[in-house]
Design a protein around this ligand. Structure first.
Ligand SMILES: *Cc1c(COP(=O)(O)O)cnc(C)c1O
Length: 403
């Protein structure tokens, strides 16, 4: 007979990369689009007809409480458009968190910018003092602030700092769609907000993205660069005709439109976003509560004004060696709990270590390295129930206490 105590043999057997199905009414909308044959956003019967994409842009602008929204091909593409529309050109320094995902430095490099990574705190947010020092040292004029894994820095402090340093603030909200700071939507604190509708974010169209802004000149550039041709009058969240005319012959077409199929399945999901945000937070709380008081575990502190969407969980295991952390990850894995260790020297699946992006010439960032060396990450798809998350929490607790 197996000598392992019952509790330690309990396994979790659902997939950490399995999202919920697309809602039936979204599927019906997509089927209608396919039956119509009109999959291109500008392929409407007359200028008066609104496409799914234009309606979705208007709905997302309303949700965010902003004037303008442009839907596009991906979150990474959204950031490229935003950087260009903000004025980044060849050789410009662009500040960004060192702890982020590779599409962030990728977007900066794609527009000819030079990423300048900023230190990360133990609460997984950008270090304000280091931001100020690097902004002054490089004379950078742009900050692409990544709310990595949904952790929101003190936005009042960031906005004040950007004002005093004359930095244009662009928010990467790939993990904060639906989140707020001091009651204000993430993505509306700076000049531009960038969002992703990729499968592992908060609404799912496989790939896709949005850029939002209140600035009509910036919005005109975004619309034209996204590939509107001279059909921009078919938008519903674009600037007025006069503003568009000022820009229409000056902007390169960087073709990266959203299509009707994706837009048709996103609209229904947007309506469910606030409710889903709560569902995510309940699930994360179930896991966090199981491990919070274990010795030598630290969960990042959430800013009291931040209302986050916790679609993943992070914790630090300070004091453990690389070998011990590898052992912990593989013991959890063996019980079906898939953890990601950001301290791994080898880039696996995806990586958030700036040293793995060797196309960027960055100095060593000791605080970020220290934080990453014991950082564990876990996805929480909504296909998990709260009970599932309680079981995950128990397994984590047992393995964290076992060594
Ligand atoms: C996913 C992600 C993006 C954008 O991703 P796409 O896959 O291009 O939509 C941007 N920033 C962060 C932090 C992300 O995790």
């Amino acid at each position: 007979m197996n000598a392992t105590p019952d509790s330690l043999s309990r396994r979790f057997d659902k997939s950490f990369t399995q999202q919920e199905p697309i809602p039936e009414d979204a599927i019906a909308a997509a089927v209608d689009v396919m039956r119509s044959g009109r999959l291109h956003r500008y392929n409407v019967k007359s200028d008066e007809d609104t496409s799914h994409t234009a309606a979705l842009e208007a709905a997302f602008a309303r949700y965010q409480g902003v004037e303008h929204c442009i839907a596009c091909a991906s979150g990474g593409y959204a950031m490229q458009l935003a950087l260009r529309a903000a004025g980044v050109s060849q050789g410009d320094a662009v500040l960004s968190n060192a702890f982020t995902l590779s599409p962030v430095p990728g977007a900066i490099v794609a527009v000819g910018g030079k990423p300048v990574f900023v230190e990360t705190t133990m609460d997984l947010v950008i270090d304000l003092a280091d931001l100020e020092a690097r902004a002054r040292a490089t004379s950078a004029r742009y900050l692409l602030l990544s709310h990595m894994r949904g952790h929101i820095v003190d936005m009042d402090a960031i906005v004040a700092l950007c004002d005093s340093l004359n930095l244009t603030l662009i928010e990467d909200c790939a993990h904060t769609m639906g989140a707020t700071f001091d009651g204000k939507r993430s993505g509306t604190h700076g000049t531009l907000g960038c969002f992703s509708t990729q499968t592992y974010k908060h609404i799912n169209s496989g790939e896709g993205g949005f850029v939002t802004t209140d600035d009509p000149e910036v919005a005109a550039r975004l619309v034209l660069m996204s590939g509107s041709y001279m059909l921009y009058a078919r938008h519903r969240a674009a600037p007025d005709a006069a503003t568009m005319e000022n820009h229409r012959l000056l902007m390169p077409n960087l073709s990266g439109r959203m299509d009707e199929l994706r837009a048709s399945i996103l609209h229904v999901q947007l309506d469910a976003l606030d409710n889903n945000a709560q569902r995510w937070n309940e699930r994360e709380a179930a896991i966090a509560n199981a491990i919070r008081d274990i010795n030598h575990i630290s969960l990042p502190t959430v800013h009291p004004l931040a209302q986050e969407v916790r679609s993943s969980i992070q914790f630090l295991v300070p004091g453990r060696s690389a070998t011990e952390i590898r052992d912990l990850v593989s013991r959890c894995n063996a019980r079906g709990v898939e953890l990601k260790w950001f301290g791994d020297d080898t880039p696996r699946a995806y990586t958030s270590r700036y040293s793995h992006w060797q196309y960027v010439d960055s100095p060593v960032l000791p605080a970020t390295d220290e934080m990453l060396s014991t950082l564990i990450d876990m996805r929480i798809p909504l296909s998990f129930s709260v009970q599932d998350c309680e079981l995950i929490g128990e397994i984590l607790r047992e393995e964290l206490q076992a060594g």
